[in-house]
Design a protein around this ligand. Structure first.
Ligand SMILES: Nc1ncnc2c1ncn2[C@@H]1O[C@H](COP(=O)(O)OP(=O)(O)O)[C@@H](O)[C@H]1O
Ligand SMILES: O=C(CO)[C@@H](O)[C@H](O)COP(=O)(O)O
Length: 498
C-alpha cells in the first residue's frame, strides 16, 4: 500500500494526516502553537513555530504508523489564509506573521477603496477587509518602513512552510485569491493593483495551481522529518478550498460549514459569473477552473476556546460541554454574539465586540457554554441567510472543523440552519483535501472527483428537530438585533481598549 500526507497549517495547530490509497487514515499527529495578541485587534504568529510544529508532527506520524518512508509518495498542504509573511533577500522572515484575524488595518482598507474604486470588486472580486493580505502589506509599509525596506517577497503561511520543506517559493491560486492582489477570474497577479500601491511585481511569488507539482523534499527536510527525499510535494491550497475538497464540495448543490478557529459557510461556484456584490468572499477553488463563495465568522471556535481558557482553564472541550444538551434552546434567555475580534460576514466591522445579553442569577457555566455555541451558530446562519436570499438552495450541509467533533453542536447546526447536517468520519476536512491533492498529483486518480468517491467518507446525518428549529427561528431574529444595538456602544468603548 502507498500513502500520502496532508498537512493542515491551522491557526490553533498544525494537523497532519497519513492516508492510504484506500482513503483510510493510517495515522494523525498534531502540534499546537501560540497566538500573540500584543494589542486589541492584533493577532500574530511566529513562522518558526509552524516549521518546528510541522517537523515534530511529521516525525511522529512516520514513527507511529510504522509505514516505510519510501511508501509515502506525496505530500501537500492546506493553510490558514491571508497571513502576511514578509521575507528578506535570504528568505528569512523579517517580522512575525500578521494573521487573517488581525484587524489593525481599517485605515489601509479605506485607502484601498479610495485608490481602486470599482476596480477593487471587478478585479479582485472582494471588498477591502482588514483580514486580507494587501492591507497588511500597506500597514507594514506605513508603520514599519525600516522593516519593509528589507522585504523582497511575501508569502502566505503554508507557502512559507513549503519553502522551508522544499527550498522553492510559490503561491497557489486559491490562497493568492485572498490577498486582494490577484485578478481572480484572470488567474494572474494584478498589475493595476500592484502599481496603484507602488509595489514591485517581484514582491509576489510565482503562481501555481493547488494541484501543481513543485518539487521534492529538501535533503535537510527529509532528514528532519524522517521522510524520503523522493517524496513529491504538491502546492496545496487555502484551508477553506482544501476543506471544500475534503468534504466533497466539487460540484454545485452541497454547502460546507466549517467551525475551526474561524467559522465558514461555503458554496461551490462552477465559474466566475456569480455576483454577490462583495457581501461574501469570492475565491478560486482548489479544483482547477472552479470558484467558491463564502461567508466568514471571525471568532467561531476561537470564541469557545477563549471562553474555556478564561472561565474553565485546564478543562477539555468534552468536560466543558458536558450537560449542554440538557439545557433548552435559548440557554435560559442568555444570548452571545461572537465578535471577539470584530466581524466579517455580514457585518464587516473591526470595532464591534462580543456581548452576553440576558444574564441572570440562575445561569451556570453550562448555560454560558451553550450560549457561546448558539451565538457562533447564529452568526454562521447569517451567511446561510445571505446565500438563501441570493437564490441558493441550502438543504444539505457538510460540517467539518474542530466544532464538528461535538454531536450536540452538529444537531444544533441542523436546528438553527434548518437543513440536514452531515458529519464526516474524520472532521479534518482541510487536511483530507490536502491529501487528496497529493493523491491526484501522484496519479492515483484521474481527478479530485474520482478521488473524493474513495476518500470522502460521510458518517452521521443530523436532521432538524421541529420544536428546536421553531425556537431558534425566533431567537435568531433577536440575535440579529444585537449587532445594531451594540454597535455605537462598542464604538464608544473602543477608546478604552489596549
Ligand atoms: N471536542 C470539541 N468539541 C467542540 N469544539 C471543539 C472540540 N475540539 C475543538 N473544538 C473547537 O474547534 C476549534 C479548533 O478547530 P480546528 O478545525 O482544529 O481549527 P484550526 O484549523 O483553526 O486550527 C477550537 O477553537 C474549538 O473551539
Ligand atoms: O480568514 C479566513 C478565511 O477568509 C479563515 O478561515 C482562515 O483561513 C483561518 O481558518 P481556520 O484556522 O479557522 O481554519
Amino acid at each position: 500500500m502507498k500513502f500520502v500526507i496532508g498537512v493542515d497549517l491551522g491557526t490553533s495547530a498544525v494537523k497532519t494526516l497519513l492516508i492510504g490509497q484506500d482513503g483510510a487514515v493510517k495515522a494523525e499527529a498534531t502540534r499546537e502553537y501560540p497566538l500573540f495578541h500584543e494589542k486589541s485587534g492584533w493577532s500574530e504568529q511566529e513562522p518558526e513555530d509552524w516549521v518546528t510544529g510541522t517537523i515534530g508532527a511529521l516525525q511522529e506520524l512516520t514513527q507511529q504508523s510504522g509505514v516505510q518512508p519510501q511508501d509515502i509518495e506525496g505530500l501537500s498542504f492546506s493553510g490558514q489564509m491571508h497571513g502576511l509573511v514578509l521575507l528578506d533577500a535570504d528568505n528569512k522572515p523579517i517580522r512575525r506573521a500578521i494573521l487573517w484575524n488581525d484587524t489593525r488595518t481599517t485605515e489601509q482598507c479605506r485607502e484601498i477603496e479610495r485608490k481602486l474604486g470599482d476596480k477593487l470588486l471587478s478585479v479582485t472580486r472582494n471588498p477591502a477587509l482588514e483580514g486580507f493580505t494587501l492591507p497588511k502589506i500597506l500597514w507594514v509599509k506605513q508603520h514599519e518602513p525600516a522593516t519593509f525596506a528589507k522585504a523582497q517577497q511575501f508569502l502566505l503561511p503554508k507557502d512559507y512552510l513549503r519553502l522551508r520543506l522544499t527550498g522553492a517559493s510559490h503561491m497557489d491560486l486559491s490562497d493568492a485569491a485572498g490577498t486582494l492582489l490577484l485578478d481572480v477570474a484572470g488567474k494572474v497577479w494584478s498589475g493595476d493593483v500592484l502599481s496603484a500601491f507602488e509595489l514591485p511585481a517581484s514582491l509576489c511569488p510565482p503562481l501555481v495551481e493547488a494541484s501543481g507539482f513543485v518539487g521534492t523534499l529538501s535533503p535537510e527536510a527529509a532528514a528532519a522529518t524522517g521522510l524520503s527525499e523522493e517524496t513529491k510535494v504538491f502546492a496545496g491550497g487555502a484551508d477553506n478550498a482544501c476543506g471544500a475538497i475534503g468534504a466533497g464540495i466539487l460540484s454545485p448543490g452541497v454547502t460546507l460549514c466549517s467551525i475551526g478557529t474561524s467559522g465558514v459557510v461555503l458554496t461551490y461556484e462552477a465559474d466566475s459569473s456569480a455576483d454577490y456584490a462583495g457581501k461574501v468572499h469570492f475565491f478560486n477553488h482548489g479544483k482547477p477552473d472552479a470558484f467558491y463563495a463564502m461567508g466568514v465568522t471571525l471568532a467561531a471556535g476561537y470564541s469557545l476556546s477563549w471562553f474555556r481558557n478564561t472561565f474553565a482553564k485546564g478543562e477539555s472541550f468534552e468536560a466543558l460541554l458536558s450537560g449542554v444538551d440538557e439545557i433548552a434552546p435559548g440557554s435560559g434567555g442568555l444570548l452571545f454574539t461572537p465578535y471577539l475580534v470584530g466581524e466579517r460576514t455580514p457585518h464587516p466591522d473591526a470595532t464591534i465586540r462580543g456581548s452576553f445579553i440576558g444574564m441572570d442569577g440562575s445561569h451556570t457555566l453550562t448555560h454560558f457554554a451553550r450560549a457561546v455555541m448558539e451565538g457562533i451558530t447564529f452568526s454562521l446562519n447569517e451567511s446561510i441567510d445571505l446565500f438563501r436570499s441570493a437564490g441558493k438552495t441550502v438543504d444539505t450541509i457538510i460540517s467539518i472543523g474542530g466544532g464538528a467533533k461535538n454531536p450536540v453542536w452538529l444537531q444544533m447546526q441542523a436546528d438553527v440552519f434548518q437543513a440536514n447536517v452531515v458529519a464526516l468520519e474524520n472532521e479534518q476536512g482541510p487536511g483530507l483535501g490536502a491529501a487528496m491533492l497529493a493523491a491526484v498529483g501522484c496519479g492515483w486518480f484521474a481527478n479530485l472527483d474520482a478521488c473524493g468517491e474513495v476518500f470522502v467518507k460521510r458518517s452521521r446525518t443530523f436532521t432538524p428537530n421541529k420544536a428546536a428549529s421553531d425556537a431558534y427561528a425566533k431567537l435568531f431574529r433577536i440575535y440579529q438585533e444585537v449587532y445594531h444595538k451594540t454597535k455605537s456602544l462598542n464604538e464608544s468603548l473602543s477608546a478604552f481598549r489596549n
